[in-house]
Ligand binder design. Structure first.
Ligand code: ATP
Length: 322
């Protein structure tokens, strides 16, 4: 195991996933997946439905046994059965696990007791976890009256009671309305501010882009990319986009003229509106000048940063969500 040292960037690795594989019968759900999570880092694990995200996190939590490969937390191998390493992980599963006939606080007490907490410590941890997920005022209420997002936040609180080093959330915004989604993000940002490490699985790139400082893209059980959002972004052919609305539908000559301009990576359009991919944001002004020089009246134009949403399409030729 590497020794903790500020000089050694490897020292900050808390979770190491090395070449793990898992098949269900003939279906290879996870196929040689490797990545690392460093202290205080949020890793976004992204891929389409069935990519192998849930299986990967179940292997990390020791809920499933890998056919091959190794997972270590703080240098200790995670296997099946109880271990000190597993105690350092908090898991928020996709399927909500709450007792509807118990109040929010009673649910937390029960989960805390399962982790071996009792007495004043249990009481304090429950109060802290409820405060963190912003549900202190609903402690006495039954979760049956909660929205999907509130239930999810209660699940996050339950996974935090034993003060885990690493919190793993499996698609925490599925079935959650936009307002609750923001409340979940607030909770996760508070956890990041506490310096906790997170793994966040999703098939929404914008969520991962917002939260993660490292992105692992997985498809058909294999890692396609494992890098920072900035590095991934550099892989996109278009770094910026320009949308222009012309006075009328463009001619074929005008379209081929735009396509041939320096810095233009692609042009798509419907009717009089064109979406123009640009190699850099600085290419926007010359392109607008070119339209002007062609005598084209622009009714409207807007520039935008391109989205990482396109990276999956770029890597696989398929979109992240069908
Ligand atoms: N218990 C199981 N038995 C058989 N096949 C399974 C089982 N669990 C998952 N699979 C299959 O393994 C593959 C990976 O599934 P997994 O749930 O890990 O993907 P995922 O990326 O989490 O997808 P989703 O976003 O839909 O949850 C899929 O093809 C899935 O059908």
């Amino acid at each position: 195991m590497l020794q903790a040292s500020a000089d050694n960037p490897e020292a900050a690795v808390i979770l190491s996933v090395e070449q793990i594989s898992k098949a269900y019968g003939a279906r290879q759900a996870v196929d040689g997946v490797s990545f690392k999570v460093r202290r205080g880092q949020t890793v976004g694990l992204i891929g389409p439905n069935g990519a192998g995200k849930s299986t990967t996190v179940a292997l990390i939590c020791g809920l499933l046994r890998a056919d091959a490969g190794r997972i270590t937390l703080d240098g200790e191998v995670i296997g099946q059965g109880a271990s000190a390493a597993k105690q350092k992980i908090g898991f928020v599963p996709q399927d909500l696990a709450l007792y509807e006939e118990l109040s929010a606080l009673e649910n937390l007490r029960l989960f805390g007791a399962l982790y071996g907490l009792k007495g004043a410590q249990l009481k304090q941890r429950c109060a802290e976890a409820l405060a963190l997920v912003n549900l202190s005022d609903r402690a006495a209420d039954l979760p049956s009256g909660f929205s999907g997002g509130m239930k999810r936040r209660l699940n996050i609180a339950a996974a935090l009671l034993h003060d885990p080093r690493l919190l793993i959330l499996d698609e925490p915004t599925v079935g959650v309305d936009p307002q609750s989604r923001n409340a979940i993000f607030d909770t996760l940002e508070a956890l990041q501010a506490q310096g906790r490490s997170l793994i966040y699985t999703s098939h929404y790139m914008e969520e991962v882009e917002r939260l993660a400082d490292h992105i692992v893209i997985i498809d058909h059980g294999k890692v396609l990319a494992d890098e920072t959002p900035a590095a991934l972004f550099q892989r996109l052919p278009a770094q910026a986009a320009l949308q222009v609305e012309l006075a009328g539908e463009p001619s074929a000559e005008l379209l081929s003229g735009v396509r041939a301009l320096n810095g233009v990576t692609g042009v798509e359009g419907t009717g009089a509106t064109l979406n123009i991919g640009l190699a850099a944001a600085t290419d926007a002004a010359p392109v607008l000048g070119w339209f002007n020089a062609q005598g084209q009246t622009l009714l409207h134009f807007a520039t935008a940063r391109t989205s990482l949403e396109n990276i999956f399409l770029n890597l696989t030729g398929r979109s992240l969500r069908d």
